[in-house]
Design a protein around this ligand. Structure first.
Ligand SMILES: *Cc1c(COP(=O)(O)O)cnc(C)c1O
Length: 354
């Protein structure tokens, strides 16, 4: 199954994905799928989106050679700078594309879940509840409304739609890296919450035998259920938010509370394409703790003058343990900037409340 044929027409990535949604949403999901198959190759739509990505978002975002951090870790590190996209993270690539799509569908009302906002512990429930609430609203308003889902999760065709809109990250980065370095990186690393920035980066490389892909999940404060959000590394397959994927559930199959210092990674499930990549051995998933993320945050700020969001700070924190061979050529997706996390970091480092 190649990227081009993934998912199948039922929205399956191998065994994962699919559509476990209320009957009333099926026509809207069918409409969305049909519209996307047509529009994603439509020159008019692509041109309109490309213009906005260039003029409004500021794409292509650059890649930066992290020379000081490279020297400190013993790798050759490049950063894909999604932190420099307008609004400070990769999410705009998807949001913009879906809103243009909604316009084409004549849907004038837009809803979105907002669980991936600030402030750690409470947010797992918030994102879970927010997605459920958004799906509920959508079921009652499908005629006029489009649901802009925020990651590669949810019922088919959302995981595919969001991937197609985020793959600009990896498509740009592969070309930029080849231009600068003359070949592909050996390792490509991204953090994984729902999985959209990682899939956006991985899609350009997946299946290339010379490139190994690593996804870093939030290891929180421990490996016991409830203390982390490592759904791929510690979870089991189950159904959440309309799709089959790895998720964190108790012995009765109930989805559990999760914890991460970063709101964007604090999600008990993960996009179904990652479940497929994991089972097929096409990508490797690891985890990094809250403490690793704080270390990574400080390390990148000190060495490169770049304040990362706590989400990609997990990647830097993981690299700090030198898990890859000396001298490795590594491309990291720096998914967002850290202004939003300064209060959280200050509180964690001083023990004061944010
Ligand atoms: C939301 C967010 C993430 C996690 O979401 P994915 O869908 O896994 O990409 C990662 N980094 C930043 C900066 C975010 O805002």
């Amino acid at each position: 199954m190649s990227v081009a044929t993934r998912p199948d027409e039922h929205g399956r990535f191998g065994a994962y994905g699919g559509r476990y949604a209320p009957e009333v949403l099926i026509p809207a999901l069918d409409e969305l799928y049909a519209a996307w198959l047509e529009l994603r190759d439509d020159p008019g739509f692509r041109g309109e989106l490309a213009d906005l990505l260039r003029d409004f978002v500021g794409r292509p975002t650059p890649i930066t050679h992290a020379t000081h951090l490279s020297a400190e870790l013993g790798y050759d590190l490049w950063l894909k700078r999604e932190d420099l996209a307008h609004t400070g993270a990769h999410k705009i690539n998807n949001a913009l594309g879906q809103v243009l799509l909604a316009k084409r569908l004549g849907k004038r009302r837009i809803i979105a879940e907002t669980g991936a906002g600030q402030h750690g512990v409470a947010t797992a429930t918030a994102w879970k509840e927010a997605v459920n609430e958004a799906l509920r609203d959508w079921a009652a308003s499908v005629g006029t409304t489009h649901y802009v889902i925020g990651s590669v999760v949810g019922p088919h065709p959302f995981p595919m739609l969001v991937r197609d809109l985020q793959r600009v990250i990896g498509d740009e980065a592969r070309t930029q890296y080849r231009d600068r370095v003359g070949k592909d990186p050996e390792y490509v690393v991204a953090c994984v919450g729902g999985g959209s920035n990682a899939i956006g980066m991985f899609t350009a490389f997946v299946g290339s035998p010379e490139v190994r892909l690593f996804g870093v999940e939030a290891g929180g404060v421990g490996s016991e259920l409830g203390r982390h959000c490592s759904s791929l590394t510690l979870g089991q397959p189950g159904i959440l938010h309309g799709a089959l994927s790895y998720l964190l559930q108790d012995a009765d199959g109930q989805v559990v509370e999760t914890h991460s210092i970063s709101a964007g990674l604090d999600y008990p499930g993960v996009g179904p394409e990652h479940a497929y990549l994991k089972d097929e051995g096409l990508a490797t998933y690891v985890s990094a703790t809250d403490g690793d993320a704080l270390d990574g945050f400080r390390l990148l700020a000190r060495t490169e003058g770049i304040i990362p969001a706590l989400e990609p700070a997990h990647v830097i924190g993981w690299l700090r343990h030198r898990p890859l061979p000396d001298g490795a050529r590594v491309l990291v997706n720096l998914s967002g900037r850290g202004d939003k996390d300064l209060d959280t970091v200050r509180a964690a480092l001083t023990g004061e409340q944010p």
